[in-house]
Design a protein around this ligand. Sequence first.
Ligand code: COA
Length: 188
Amino acid sequence: MNAPIDISRVVLQTDRLLLRCWRETDLHDFYAYARVDGVGQPADWPPHKSLADTKAILDTFIKEKTTFALEHRGHVIGSLGIEEYRRENFPELEPLASRALGYALSKDYWGQGLMPEAVRAVTDYLFRVQKLDFLLLGHFVWNHQSARVAEKCGFRYSKTCTHVNQHGKTEATRQNILCRPGLERVSW
Ligand SMILES: CC(C)(COP(=O)(O)OP(=O)(O)OC[C@H]1O[C@@H](n2cnc3c(N)ncnc32)[C@H](O)[C@@H]1OP(=O)(O)O)[C@@H](O)C(=O)NCCC(=O)NCCS
């Protein structure tokens, strides 16, 4: 099942990032990276065409309280969401507390290991503090960058599922899973 999540009082500090909830004042930082071609599409969202597009998504982030802003040197450069997974794909997780991670990073910062750093901080928080049992991380089969993030953070391949993308086309997604340390030794 999807565990309830509310990050509104959560702040996570890593070596290079501050993970915190989104604020209205993040609008211009968000638009600056979300408008760039190639950032949103691998995560199944189109590049933002206007500040109004960005504002609509920002309002959702602020209201839902499940997505971290990734702040680096005073600017927001990415997002990491603790999303609901599709329960029909994982009936075996039904008795357990789980969620899925989704993320995007400004193209200016790709290749520096920043998203693995953020993912490790969030998985640690979700397992140690929130006591979740499992986390899922899915990506399109062609998204090798995200596959590397999953590998670096210890996720292992679970299964391939299908997903109807933003253009109505069915695409294969690789679903990776990470289990709370210690849980693999108990039966479930
Ligand atoms: C996926 C993403 C968050 C990775 O973040 P990151 O902080 O750059 O992650 P890493 O630094 O660990 O790099 C991961 C891989 O990306 C690739 N990569 C690095 N720099 C790159 C660049 N400038 N261009 C293309 N690929 C690059 C490398 O294969 C790297 O793996 P390696 O470290 O084994 O060489 C980022 O690429 C991104 O925002 N992509 C678009 C959105 C997206 O795919 N979201 C996930 C949807 S499931």
